[in-house]
Design a protein around this ligand. Structure first.
Ligand SMILES: [Zn+2]
Length: 415
């Protein structure tokens, strides 16, 4: 068993389900915090567990450059290296390379790019991106795709979509031939010290804390015959017909899950929604659907209501580091002087460890003083807010609250 997905409840187009990967069982729809370089910036793994993060993201481009795939592989992959027992998803590196603009050159074979760290030259192809992701050892990995820029003309969108389809076929071929090479898979060696120590840290007998209970519920022993799952990615720019064609061609290649990529690249939000909604119609109903790189709290609720099962976004963590906090009353810019004497919690409706303990005045002071703790606390709250929002979405779907779905989860006016 490498991946199974079942839908337990529905509310309109929204689906509540369970996604079982080799390392964890995930309740969907799920929000996945982004841990770019094997770290969700500012938040230790035990706190991520306490917040209820079920699956986190790693970025192949960054990890490939530093510390390098071989280093991670020798530590039993990302799970052993970063001591994370739950599920991990890695992107293919395509989007990051796409973001380099001046530093990349694309042809049929792959992408030549320069490292943002030291300017050194590297090459990613569908095959080498799969090789890197197999070495990193996430539960779910992504096909190598080209993220079409916005705006783009019709000819460019079609050419890009067609190349992504060819790259998807090459990604799958390489993956099928090499999937047994995953660090924790059938072909792996005896667990190293890193894996043993990660396992020890959450062993119920040795650490009878909430984390240990959590691990019993959430952490799955990895069976010998399980391996990673490769998801396909639908592209096609902002053209609905091209998106449909991309979905059909990707489905024809055949993947256990499908992502919608190439959105949130500068297009208006209404257009994002329109493309998401129309693309979802063409994706299999019985497979997980992953919308890449979105969005605000309101948007993740909306996308879940359209039938998206998985989402990730750097917004909660990145905004937190800039003092921008999401609350049940709307956005709070904690740097503002108006909070200097404010003894109240950041969000009276939030039960997170930050809101339970600290005042707005203290958070504002930390931010104004450029304290590291400001980034830590702000990030913990924002992630907690996102994960809580998705928890409420799941609850709402399980109650089958059809027409009241959005309003019951998100009752306040939009900012
Ligand atoms: Zn909070």
């Amino acid at each position: 068993m490498s991946l199974s997905f079942e839908i337990n409840s529905r509310s309109g187009n929204a689906r509540g389900g369970r996604l079982i990967t080799p390392h964890a069982e995930i309740e969907t729809p799920v929000f996945m915090p982004v841990g770019t370089v094997a770290s969700v910036k500012g938040v230790p793994q035990d706190i991520l567990e306490d917040l209820g993060a079920q699956i986190i993201l790693g970025n192949t481009y960054h990890l490939y450059l530093r510390p390098g795939v071989d280093t991670v592989r020798k530590m039993d992959g990302l799970h052993g290296f970063m001591s994370w027992r739950r599920a991990i998803l890695t992107d293919s590196g395509g989007f990051q390379v796409f973001s380099l603009n001046e530093l990349r050159k694309v042809n049929e074979e792959g992408v030549t790019f320069r490292s943002h760290l030291d300017g050194s030259s590297h090459f990613f192809s569908p095959e080498s991106a799969m090789e890197a992701q197999i070495g990193l050892g996430a539960d779910i990995i992504m096909a190598f795709d080209e993220c079409t820029e916005y705006p783009a003309d019709q000819a460019r969108m079609r050419a890009s979509m067609e190349m992504t389809a060819r790259w998807a076929a090459r990604s799958k071929k390489y993956f099928e031939e090499h999937k047994s090479e995953v660090p924790w898979g059938p072909a792996s060696e005896i667990p190293t010290l890193a894996a043993k120590s990660a396992a020890r840290m959450v062993h119920p007998d040795q650490n009878p804390t909430s984390r240990a209970n959590d691990a019993r519920e959430m952490g799955y022993p990895v069976s010998g015959d399980s391996t990673q799952s490769l998801f396909g990615i639908v592209q096609g720019g902002m053209d609905r017909a091209l998106r449909k064609e991309s979905a059909e061609r990707t489905i024809e290649i055949g993947f256990p899950g499908y992502a919608i990529g190439g959105l949130s690249v500068g297009e208006p939000r209404e257009l994002t929604r329109e493309i998401v909604e129309s693309t979802l119609e063409h994706l299999p109903r019985d497979k997980p659907r992953y919308l890449m790189g979105v969005g605000t709290p309101e948007e993740i609720v909306e996308y879940a209501s359209l039938g998206v099962d998985m989402m990730d976004c750097v917004l909660p963590t990145r905004a937190a580091r800039h003092g921008l906090l999401f609350t049940s009353e709307g956005k709070v810019s904690i740097k503002q002087a108006r909070y200097a004497q404010d003894a109240g919690p950041l969000d009276a409706n939030c039960g997170c460890r930050v809101c339970n303990r600290y005042s707005r005045a203290y958070l504002r002071h930390l931010y104004a003083s450029n304290e590291v703790l400001a980034q830590v606390l702000n990030t913990i709250h924002n992630l907690s807010f996102y994960l809580d929002t998705m928890r409420r979405v799941r609850h709402s779907i399980s109650l089958g609250e059809e027409s009241r779905f959005l309003s019951s989860v998100w009752s306040r006016p939009k900012p």
